[in-house]
Design a protein around this ligand. Structure first.
Ligand SMILES: Cc1cc2nc3c(=O)[nH]c(=O)nc-3n(C[C@H](O)[C@H](O)[C@H](O)COP(=O)(O)O)c2cc1C
Length: 140
């Protein structure tokens, strides 16, 4: 299996119903293809981890990179994995607000400002910490 973590910019601010439609589509597809993970959205930025069979992840990531709802996709981590970190999530989701800020001291950059390529160059492990943080939060 493999796991890819990336950040991207939404091409425009998505409305709650648009976000829900994206999530529903993702969850339905992900169940079919054995994909799990977590998606964070914050005022125009996405951060997502997708994990599963190598061919399914490669195909999905190619789709995401071409999806007109986002652009400037930056890969943070691309790893072979033996076990999933989000086994129970066809796609966990959190619409991040500034109120969440104290909960995720590990990676405030994503929450604070529009990401750029330089800021995320070495941010892979920090990004993973953030995503895992929200997994813990959502499981409570
Ligand atoms: C930020 C973002 C995250 C996405 N995550 C997923 C995902 O986890 N699973 C998925 O199937 N599609 C996801 N998509 C949608 C894909 O880009 C693509 O539209 C979809 O896989 C095509 O589905 P279809 O074959 O049902 O048309 C995501 C799109 C965006 C913009």
């Amino acid at each position: 299996m493999k796991s890819i973590t990336y950040v991207s910019s939404a091409t425009r601010l998505l409305t709650p119903p648009e976000l829900m439609a994206l999530l529903e589509q993702s969850r339905e597809n992900n169940v079919k293809h054995g994909v799990t993970g977590m998606l964070l959205y914050k005022a125009g930025s996405f951060m997502q981890v997708i994990e599963g069979p190598e061919d399914a992840i490669d195909r999905l990531f190619a789709n995401i990179k071409q999806d007109t709802r986002n652009h400037l996709v930056i890969t943070l981590l691309d790893d072979k994995i033996a076990a999933r970190e989000f086994p129970a999530w066809s796609m966990g989701f959190h619409d991040v607000t500034n109120r969440d800020l104290p909960l995720v001291p590990a990676f405030t950059t994503f929450l604070d400002q529009k990401h750029d390529h330089r800021g995320f160059g070495t941010g892979g492990s920090e990004a993973k910490k953030l995503l895992l943080n929200f997994r813990t939060l959502a499981a409570r």
